[in-house]
Design a protein around this ligand. Structure first.
Ligand code: GLA
Length: 421
């Protein structure tokens, strides 16, 4: 489900069926179905179940690790983690997508590869609990389920990290405040998975609230929320393309940004206003100048987007979203022809305010901010040229903003209730 293996410079197509899926086509697991699944897998009851949402990067592309601002939406697609302590000190991991359980006698001390590589996320979280001086079980059985589309840039990895942290700490009776939870998830990913990501994904999944966008000033980081306009809707168009070298490309952009900041004499690119940057950009070669300009101007666009949201200017928000995509396309070079075509088609539609790639880029999905009258039929009609060019439609999701990561069930409470979900 969270497979980041790089096998060569080719474009991979994500597995799965090629039909549109419209919520609620995917039946989410409930606490009682998870308890049953856990019992079938491990032969006993779980003790804690936690759930964490995926996220849409609303705007703020590659600004987070540059000390900039971002706006994200936690979404109503989740990763669930059910756990129980065990007496034999083993670490057992089972994904609902897989017929096998991985059993480790102890911490292997290295990264797992191949089909087991998804285990690096929960294993990294278990190690991180110790790094953060938080209690953790010596041994545990862990079950993961999810209704987040993988590979769509909706951050199933951060959701897995946060749900695991809450569930494992919950076994020890500990709670983790959202800021620490976000920091721990990022630490696990940076240190134990090896991706130099910022705080966007984990911060949005931790601080999400239904009806709100999460605003992160990544310098602190500090977290707040901005009301999401009731009249607007979020749609995702997943190309199901993912560059095989995506992690390497992300790390390359990270390095290019750090080098550009050093050449400009600042600790982080977002320390510069657009005017300061434009006055200094002749110190940089063309490619680093493009990368840096994207970050500096994107940081400013996040600020402008907050203002437009507060004024209720959705047309202005849409313009900023599409401008963000054009900057990815032309300056940061993290878009693809498929993402560009989707943005072209979507942003020309009268019921759509704006559209942009969401997440790291190099494949994945486009997000569109739409009016209430945008429908499945409208989506199908506008996707015609995309289907002609690519031979299949993207996966389409109409999503709602949602609450952040939380423990949703404990064995000590009354019998599992499906309505907790
Ligand atoms: C990925 C990373 C985030 C952020 C985005 C790009 O989602 O995990 O930290 O850098 O890319 O904005």
């Amino acid at each position: 489900m969270v497979n980041r293996d790089a096998r060569g410079p080719v474009w991979l197509e994500m597995p799965g069926d090629f039909r549109h899926r419209w919520p609620p086509a995917v039946n989410p697991p409930t606490p009682s179905s998870l308890v049953t699944q856990f019992q079938q897998t491990f032969g006993r009851m779980p003790a804690v179940i936690a759930r964490a949402p995926g996220r849409i990067e609303f705007i703020g592309n590659h600004t987070d690790y540059n000390g900039g601002a971002v706006l994200g939406a936690a979404i109503d697609r989740y990763v669930w983690v059910a756990v129980a302590p065990n007496a034999d000190g083993r670490l057992r991991f089972h994904s609902a997508n897989s017929p096998t359980t991985l059993q480790l006698p102890a911490d292997p001390g290295t990264r797992l590869t191949g089909t087991d590589s998804w285990v690096n996320y929960p294993l990294g979280v278990w190690r991180s609990l110790q790094d953060f001086s938080l209690p953790r079980p010596a041994g545990f059985d862990l079950l993961v389920d999810s209704n987040l589309p993988a590979g769509a840039g909706l951050s199933s990895s951060a959701a897995l990290e946060l749900a695991t942290a809450l569930a494992l700490a919950g076994l020890e009776g500990a709670t983790i405040p959202p800021a620490q939870l976000a920091a721990l998830g990022r630490h696990a990913e940076n240190r134990y998975v090896g991706v130099p990501c910022g705080i966007l994904d984990q911060g949005t999944s931790a601080f999400g609230r239904a009806g709100q966008l999460v605003h992160i000033d990544c310098r602190g980081p500090s977290f707040s929320t901005v009301p999401f306009p009731a009249a607007a809707h979020l749609w995702i168009f997943n190309t199901r393309e993912k560059h095989a070298l995506i992690d390497g490309l992300y790390a390359t952009r990270h390095r290019e940004c750090m080098e550009a900041a050093a050449a400009l004499g600042v600790a982080r690119l977002a320390d510069l206003t657009p005017a300061q940057f434009h006055a200094a950009e002749n110190k940089l070669a063309p490619v680093p100048a493009h990368r840096a300009r994207h970050v500096v101007e994107e940081h400013a666009r996040v600020h402008d987007t907050v203002g437009a949201l507060q004024r209720g200017d959705l047309t202005g928000v849409g313009r900023l979203l599409t401008a963000s995509h054009r900057s990815s396309q032309c300056l940061f070079d993290n878009s693809t022809p498929a993402l560009d075509q989707l943005v072209d088609l979507l942003s020309a539609h009268p019921a759509i305010y704006g559209a942009r790639l969401t997440g790291g880029g190099f494949g994945g999905a486009v997000m569109a901010l739409t009016k209430g009258n945008f429908t499945e039929q409208a989506a199908q009609a506008l996707l015609g040229p995309y289907v002609t060019a690519h031979g299949r439609a993207p996966e389409v999701f109409h999503l709602r903003s949602a609450d952040g990561a939380q423990v949703i069930w404990r064995a000590a409470e009354t019998a599992p209730a499906g309505n907790v979900n």
